[in-house]
Design a protein around this ligand. Structure first.
Ligand code: PEP
Ligand code: MG
Length: 617
């Protein structure tokens, strides 16, 4: 699914009758506990926002007679996509308790029916053809007309039922409009302070728009622990649980929701006793954070005095203060996608120079590793599409398509602009440049050629550049790259092991897909052997190697990674203190022995027991 579950737009000036509300006579709803994937620790308690939100307004658009076929095709595509989303939701209900299934399934069936050969769909098509309006306008107008007619039915004894049916029509219109506009979560501006965002799916670009100072927490039906949405939420420090089946259908707007991002639970309408114990946990969590903050000034070294580099990953400039507080020694992975998302046009060289320079200056002499654009996978970037640099057809299998360095070499002007901006900003402090999604030696050579050509051009222009040029390194995040690490080590200046994608591509498990999240296992022996192979290739060449995937931020993995010979880790800023604590408790020799024991195992369950101290659920 590629659309967000934003509060959907409707079309002005369609009348906006009052939203269906719970009848006041309705009894308080019982507590309901749902389980999902823990994504960002912390406890949030607040009113649910997102489910059945009032529509925001979008521009009313009139079309020409020539556009009717194209608009009808857009509508049909949105209907097909909406049906697919609902069918997927329907299939996932099987994991819920029977009473929850009985409540939610008929609702989804009603939605599916409305998207079939219904009066609603016929009316929308007719409006495009006869009233000559855009698909969005037709959807909103027809839904409002039908909802209005339902509400105006001669009074019977079931006004609550009529309001519910009218709301169902509006809900299906909202879904269609979301799928038609594929717009980011515009309604965040109206997010009430202290609310918990509840929705089916949140794109990474949507998550980037959240304001962590206003938002209490996030819970979604879809998503995986190492997807970019999860990474973004951890970066923002928002307590979050993803992959909760049936969630958006089970929660009503305004319900009180409790999200426990460490445990992976969501409680809807918590009972007073549940709330009281959650509040105690909030206090304990804050105390623990304070204790960890004291580690900030202590050196990152093992108990036997070996220095370990602990750096932070950065996805949004808003994280800079968190990075400063965390005690991280620089930025080991600056994901530059934030510059490209949620905008119509691409950022030019000057805008990029300003953004990189501000970050480099904020790090005050600590190194910053800037990764060039990693488009692809779940990270869809509208500006690349609107500028015609990627075709919508590239969506078919984005993780295996024109992702990362592949796109940048195909659209080399994009890479030239980014290299130029990084090189110009690099006079402000120590920088390294990182290439994503590398699989072949030829890609590194081609990128280096462009890098040096851009540098020559800038120097000719009189631009002052660092001498020598910043090191040019590569992500090791595909099995192909890991297994040719010895050859790649001859071309690259450093390696950064991206265990998130490495696990995804090795195990053929989409890192953001809830359905297969139980199979996503970075501790799988196949993944660990690739990490070991790449690390040893780098160490043999005395080449810097670090880990920047989410594995690096898990304190329980520290002994294993140290034992494999790794001494540099880059992670979510909030993970730095705990990882430092684990580093300071570790002894190098013990770690080597422990890693040897782990690497002898071929059974993933046994490895989980050894490393995490528990068998997987
Ligand atoms: C990785 O794949 O491990 C990585 C760090 O890159 P990203 O998460 O941005 O894909
Ligand atoms: Mg990656």
């Amino acid at each position: 699914m590629s659309t967000s579950e934003q509060a959907p737009p409707s079309v002005a000036p369609a009348p906006r009758p009052p939203r269906a509300r719970r009848a006041s006579a309705e009894p308080a709803r019982a507590e309901r506990r749902l389980a999902g994937i823990p994504v960002c620790p912390g406890i949030a308690i607040g009113p649910a926002f997102g489910a059945a939100e009032p529509p925001a307004e979008v521009e009313r658009r009139v079309i020409g007679a020539d556009d009717v076929a194209a608009e009808t095709a857009r509508l049909d595509a949105a209907i097909a996509q909406s049906r697919k989303q609902l069918a997927k939701l329907r299939a996932r209900l099987a994991v819920l308790p029977e009473d929850s299934q009985a409540e939610i399934a008929p609702l989804i069936d009603a939605y599916l029916q409305m998207l079939g050969a219904s009066r609603l769909v016929r009316g929308m098509r007719r409006r495009i053809a006869d009233a000559l309006v855009s698909a969005e306008t037709a959807v909103a107008d027809e839904a409002e007309a039908i909802a209005g007619a339902i509400l105006a039915l001669p009074s019977d004894d079931d006004p609550a039922g009529r309001r519910r049916r009218a709301e169902e029509v509006r809900e299906i219109a909202r879904r269609l409009i979301r799928n038609l506009t594929r717009a980011p979560f515009r309604s965040f501006a109206g997010l009430p302070e202290g609310a918990v965002l509840v929705c089916e799916y949140l794109r990474p670009a949507d998550a980037a728009l959240l304001d962590p100072s206003r938002l209490a927490g996030v819970a979604t039906d879809e998503g995986g622990a190492e997807g970019h949405t999860a990474i973004m939420l951890r970066a923002l420090g928002v307590p979050a649980v993803l992959g909760v089946p049936g969630l958006a259908q089970a929660v009503r707007h305004g319900d009180t929701v409790l999200v426990d991002g460490a445990e992976g639970s969501v409680v809807v309408n918590p009972a007073p006793a549940t709330l009281a114990s959650a509040r105690r946990a909030v206090t304990a969590f804050a105390r623990e954070q304070q204790k960890l903050a004291r580690l900030r000034r202590l050196p990152a070294e093992t108990a036997d005095g070996e220095a370990v580099e602990l750096q932070a990953n950065l996805e949004l400039p808003a994280e800079l203060p968190l990075i400063a507080q965390s005690g991280a020694a620089g930025i080991g992975l600056l994901r530059t996608e934030f510059l490209f998302i949620n905008r119509e046009t691409l950022p030019d060289e000057a805008a990029q120079v300003d953004a990189y320079r501000a970050i480099i200056e904020a790090m005050a002499g600590d190194a910053v590793t800037i990764r060039v654009l990693d488009w692809g996978g779940e990270k869809d970037i509208e500006s690349l599409q609107s500028e015609g640099l990627v075709s919508p057809a590239a969506d078919a299998n984005p993780a295996l398509g024109l992702r990362g360095i592949r796109l940048l070499l195909r659209q080399s002007a994009l890479l030239e602009v980014q290299f130029a901006a990084i090189l110009r900003a690099a006079v402000a402090g120590p920088v390294r440049v990182l290439l994503p999604m590398v699989t072949t030696v030829a890609e590194v050579r081609a990128a280096r050629e462009i890098y040096e050509r851009v540098a020559r051009r800038l120097r000719r222009r009189g631009e002052k550049l660092p001498e020598p040029l910043p090191p040019l390194g590569i992500m090791i995040e595909t099995p192909g790259a890991a297994l040719s690490a010895d050859a790649l080590a001859l071309e690259a200046d450093f390696f950064s092991i991206g265990t998130n994608d490495l696990a995804m591509y090795t195990l053929a498990v989409d890192r953001a897909e809830t359905e297969v999240s139980h199979l996503y296992d970075p501790l799988h022996p196949a993944v660990l052997r690739l990490v070991q192979f790449a690390t040893e290739a780098a160490l043999r060449m005395r080449m810097p190697v670090s880990v920047c995937g989410e594995m690096a931020g898990n304190p329980r993995l520290v002994p294993l990674l140290l034992g494999l010979g790794l001494r540099s880790f880059s992670m979510n800023a909030s993970a730095v203190p705990r990882v430092k604590q684990a580093v300071r408790a570790a002894k190098s020799d013990d770690c080597v022995r422990f890693a040897r024991r782990v690497m002898e195992q071929s059974d993933p369950t046994r490895i989980q027991e050894l490393v995490l101290g528990t068998a997987p659920p």
